[in-house]
Design a protein around this ligand. Structure first.
Ligand code: SF4
Length: 369
């Protein structure tokens, strides 16, 4: 991590109540400040990061390279946030979905998607989502709150405890709009990239946004990880309807932010495009998409719509999706049709609702937790 990527965290982010500090959500800068405040050397931060994030240890007494006295003080003044695993579902295709309970009774979903050469974890950044995209189950569930950095990283810790080194990539594509919870997401990215935590290169981290334009520029300045744009329409008229944030940041501004994003030469911005029957899937719209993305190093992911109970749309036909993709390919775009993964456990794109299949709500309260 470079100096420009550090975030000011204040001394130890001790809760206003003065209770124990959650160490999972502190990046290296924050942990060093915490140990300095305790009168300890800063290198303790690196030791504890390795225990927490590389060895998956949560018990301070097991951190044997810390002195007995320090372990006892950590037991009094710190804690390790661990979400409750409310459910684990395994798809026939190997995808795993966890419903993780938070301390206030909310719950979020986290999905592991194994492939031949990689294992991608799709993590949530908010409990619910305020943006109300019409093709997304999360949007229909309303917004509860932003996640704390520790609540974001504890999804990764949990997944690692189950799948180990098969986890190689992280995508912020779960519940919520990551750029509306920018500081927490940035802190989580620092931990994901830190060699004393997860040591992932920025090529293996992707932030997906529906288009919070000012924050795209900020992300590019702070830590230019891979960028994915949930585009889904080629006119403001259609996009205003299915991605309401487009009324604030219309297509032209969004695409300019993409042109300005500091991409290394060999990388592309991914544009996600959900295929909705009769809404955005015509040949004319495919041609318009090529025109819109001219000059942007782009890859288009066509996503067959994954239905959910409240949805007002149908999935485009196979023929319409193939025709759309072929038009993109004929005009020199990089384009693929994404194979739905985990749709038998409602873990596919746009299906996350923070609830069990039997309909348990995402605000679980004491009863659900
Ligand atoms: S697509 Fe993303 S931003 Fe839109 S409602 Fe769903 S989670 Fe929120």
């Amino acid at each position: 991590m470079t100096a420009t990527e550090t975030v000011k965290q204040g001394p130890s982010r001790r809760p206003p109540t003065g209770g124990p500090v959650d160490l999972v959500g502190l990046d290296r800068t924050g942990l060093e400040a915490f140990f300095t405040e305790l009168g300890e050397k800063r290198f303790r931060a690196r030791q504890v990061m390795q225990w927490l994030h590389q060895r998956g240890v949560s018990d301070f007494e097991a951190m044997t390279d810390l002195g007995k006295g320090l372990r006892a003080r950590l037991g009094e003044q710190a804690r390790v946030l661990e979400p409750a695993v409310l459910s684990e579902q395994r798809s026939a295709d190997g995808t795993i979905k966890w419903l993780l309970g938070l301390e206030d009774g909310n719950a979020v979903e986290t999905v592991f998607i194994p492939d031949d050469d990689r294992g991608t974890l799709c993590i949530s950044s908010q409990a619910g989502c305020p943006l109300d995209c019409k093709f997304c189950a999360t949007g229909y569930g309303g917004f509860q709150r932003n996640l704390a950095p520790g609540e974001i990283i504890s999804q990764v810790r949990h997944a690692r405890s189950v799948v180990g080194d098969r986890l190689t990539n992280i995508v912020f594509m779960g519940m919520g709009e990551p750029l509306l919870n920018y500081d927490a997401v940035l802190r989580a990215i620092h931990l994901l990239m830190d060699d004393y935590a997860y040591g992932l290169s920025r090529r293996r981290i992707t932030v997906s946004t529906v288009g919070v334009v000012p924050k795209i520029a900020e992300l590019g300045r702070d830590t230019p990880v891979n960028l994915a744009i949930s585009l889904h329409a080629v006119s403001d008229e259609v996009r205003d309807r299915i991605v309401p944030i487009n009324r604030t940041y219309p297509l032209e501004r969004l695409l300019q932010a993409c042109r300005d994003y500091p991409l290394p030469a060999t990388r592309r911005i991914t544009f996600e495009y959900v295929m909705l029957d009769g809404v955005n899937d015509s040949p004319a719209e495919a041609r318009r998409l090529v025109d819109l993305l001219a000059g942007i190093p782009a890859k288009v992911n066509l996503i067959p719509f994954n239905p959910f109970p409240q949805a007002e749309f149908q999935r485009s036909s196979r023929e319409a999706i193939d025709r759309f993709r072929d038009i993109l390919l004929e005009r020199g775009m990089v384009a693929v049709t994404r194979t739905p993964r985990g749709d038998d456990i409602d873990a596919a794109c746009g299906q996350l609702q923070g609830r069990d299949r039997d309909g348990g709500d995402s605000s679980l309260g004491a009863e659900g937790a």
